[in-house]
Design a protein around this ligand. Structure first.
Ligand code: SF4
Length: 213
């Protein structure tokens, strides 16, 4: 056994993993942020080894899901930013919706910056909910905590992406990890002004209630 308690000989990559009533999809480990609290930096993780040897194809992911209707939601989540693989997300979500599943994306909200266009119309009708990590009440604080490769413009891009989602995707949630120096009430106010739901996530070495609402 290694330090994480996983047997090396069975290091088959985890593409989909159940937690609570949901199924979470792990399609990439890449991300445009490097958040101080990223679960990738914790030793405990969430109880699964989510490091991918190679990114799974849409077919592999759909095979891992089997029947999406047995879960409350199928959530693109991972150890990384799912919208780094926009085309794969679209292909997978199309099939999940055809089968009657509920689809959510957990994202850092930088997709429009990554692709230099508004990608929300491509997700419309394929996604029931989108949870966007706000994580700070100001651009300065975001830079310190999330350490985006895009630097100062990232925070505004997250806000703009959120605006693009409102009215296009049925549920839009802004989420914040409780972290020193983050003004949660200001974040809640930002969510209110943008017309989204708000969710505060507790962190203490690992997420106690990882993405379960
Ligand atoms: S956005 Fe998510 S995956 Fe990316 S570094 Fe931050 S916590 Fe980790």
């Amino acid at each position: 056994m290694n330090n994480f308690g996983w047997k090396r000989e069975v290091l088959k990559q985890v593409v989909a993993y159940p937690l609570g009533q949901n199924l979470y999809l792990n399609i990439t480990n890449r991300c445009t942020n490097n958040c101080l609290f990223c679960i990738r930096h914790t030793t405990a993780g969430i109880g699964y080894n989510l490091w991918l040897k190679q990114e799974p194809s849409p077919e592999e992911v759909l095979k891992a899901v089997q029947d999406p209707t047995i879960y409350r939601e199928v959530v693109f989540c991972g150890y990384g930013e799912p919208l780094m693989r926009l085309e794969a997300v679209i292909k997978i979500a199309e099939q999940l919706k055809k089968k009657g599943g509920q689809v959510r994306i957990n994202t850092n909200g930088q997709a429009n910056l990554i692709y230099q266009k508004n990608v929300v119309p491509e997700l419309k009708n394929l996604v029931d909910a989108i949870s966007i990590s706000l994580n700070a009440h100001s651009a300065e604080r975001y830079l310190e905590i999330c350490r985006p490769i895009y630097g100062e413009k990232a925070y505004q891009a997250v806000l703009d992406f959120t605006r693009s989602c409102v009215g296009q995707i049925p549920r839009v949630i802004l989420s914040v990890v409780e972290w020193p120096g983050v003004d949660v009430e200001k974040c809640r106010e930002i969510a209110f002004k943008l017309g989204t739901e708000f969710r505060l996530r507790k962190f203490s070495g690992m997420f106690k209630q990882y993405d379960q609402e």
